[in-house]
Design a binder for this molecule. Structure first.
Ligand code: DLL
Length: 434
């Protein structure tokens, strides 16, 4: 769609959404009133900045269904945030919402190279999490042959992949890497499955992880972004043509980037916090939802020809940001260093502790099996491991600007993910007295 037509469509839909929440959701009426905003102040997308923000806390305070704009009897499905932190957030969909969402996911799958008739292996968890069922309905809508495997049971995943030869897969990058390594451990080559495209998201990952997944499976890896409060997967996806930036489904979701500290809108291209306003949702419209995710919008038109704006990879979450001796670091920034060193396995955790008033960061990382074999067994005191410690410290200093302590683990020692990987272990509050 030409950008000017898109703006018109967005403006119409924004006006409808604002009116809908004002009339139907007491929370929004109060919020708008307290900010002195009336629905007819909003005449076009440019007016979105007049609206107040909403946050995760608003979902918690109105748990379970206080933000819904329809009667419960019109809600055909409930999902929840994966709740890696605190209580889950519940979200709901009308029949029409499910149709629109499926349409978004179907379009996302096509953008990533999927076609009707493809065998499509869904590894995202089925259940309250939006990943499994979100992809499932989108893939069915597209007319794919969907294998609803869900997460876990790695050996069964492998058998099904070997027997059904999916053209496409969708799952968290950390778990799909885990599947590849399990296959290699069994003497199998993941490339033999013949997967052509993988749709990876739901957790932060890096270009190095993309290269690793592409190399192991011989597939093309695309990044998919979404969050339950907004809809689930399908909010944005990379195209297979460029694999550079994720096209936002702008006819359904209005995206802004704001300064995380002040909430001020930032010019296109600046890095800040993503904020979404839904444009077509019935059951649970969201107005200027502060995602906590850090990214930027890419102003240039994509070479695939799509006109929907692209966002960068997520650089991290505001609440995961560490301040190590005054330097801001996202835990994901460790990944590129870890994944490019042959001595290390691609499994790591960032442990944060507080020593006095300062954050101390320790990277726990596994040595690779070949390296351990080469030095005659796992021995953190070995001279080669000590040398490695020095090399790593230097790389962290030069790429992240901070030094971090490193604890080497034996191959297989760190927990493996079957869904979203736990990359940060925060010990700062363990000793807090309450
Ligand atoms: O993770 C929805 C989803 C399912 C997206 C399947 C992609 C694929 P939640 O459980 O509500 O929903 O978690 C949303 O996960 O705010 C981000 O912090 C993070 N996240 C999601 N996709 C990406 C991504 C689903 N591609 C939260 N890169 C979001 C980095 C991501 N972080």
């Amino acid at each position: 769609m030409a950008p000017s037509n898109l703006r018109e469509l967005q403006s119409e839909r924004l006006k409808e959404t604002v009116l809908r929440v004002y009339e139907r959701v007491p929370f929004y009426r109060q919020l708008f009133d307290s900010h002195g905003v009336r629905p007819d102040d909003i005449q076009s997308v440019a007016d979105v900045v007049k609206l107040p923000f909403t946050r995760k806390k608003d979902f918690r305070d109105n748990y379970p269904m206080g933000l819904f704009a329809v009667d419960q009897s019109e809600v055909v499905r409930i999902h929840g945030s994966s709740g890696t932190k605190g209580k889950p957030t519940l979200v709901g969909y009308t029949q029409r919402d499910i149709q629109n969402w499926s349409e978004c996911v179907a379009r996302a799958i096509v953008t990533a190279g999927g076609r009707p008739g493809d065998v499509f292996h869904v590894i995202y968890g089925y259940g309250l999490f939006t990943g499994g069922l979100g992809f499932h309905y989108g893939a069915e809508r597209l007319g794919m042959t969907v294998i609803p495997v869900s997460g876990g049971n790695t050996l069964r995943q492998i058998t099904l992949m070997e027997d059904l030869h999916p053209r496409g897969i969708a799952g968290t990058p950390s778990y799909v890497l885990n599947i590849a390594e399990t296959m290699e451990g069994m003497g199998k080559d993941p490339r033999a499955v013949g997967i052509e495209y993988g749709i990876f998201g739901a957790e932060p990952w890096s270009e190095e992880m993309r290269r690793k997944l592409e190399e192991k499976f011989g597939l093309k890896a695309m990044d998919v972004y979404g969050l339950s409060e907004v809809v689930g997967p399908g909010v944005a996806i990379e195209c297979i043509e460029a694999q550079e930036g994720l096209h936002v489904a702008e006819d359904h979701f209005l995206v802004e980037v704001v300064d995380p500290a002040t909430g001020e809108p930032l010019p296109q291209g600046s890095v800040g916090e993503l904020v979404f306003t839904s444009l077509t949702k019935e059951a649970l419209p969201v107005i200027r939802y502060r995602t906590g995710d850090i990214a930027c919008l890419l102003p240039e038109r994509c070479r695939c020809g799509r006109t929907h704006v692209r966002m960068s990879r997520i650089k991290g979450r505001i609440d995961d940001m560490l301040i190590v001796r005054g330097v801001n670091v996202f835990p994901t920034e460790f990944e590129p260093v870890v994944l490019t060193m042959a001595e290390l396995a691609p499994h790591y955790q960032v442990v944060v502790d507080r020593v006095g008033a300062l954050d101390e960061v320790t990277l726990m990382v596994e040595l690779s099996e070949s390296f351990v074999r080469g030095i005659g067994g796992f021995n953190p005191e070995h001279a080669a491991v000590q040398r490695l410690r020095g090399v790593l410290a230097e790389r962290f200093k030069s790429t992240l600007g901070v030094s971090s302590a490193v604890t080497f683990c034996a191959p297989g020692e760190l927990p493996r993910s079957e869904g979203k990987a736990v990359r940060v272990v925060d010990r700062r509050n363990v000793y807090a007295t309450s």
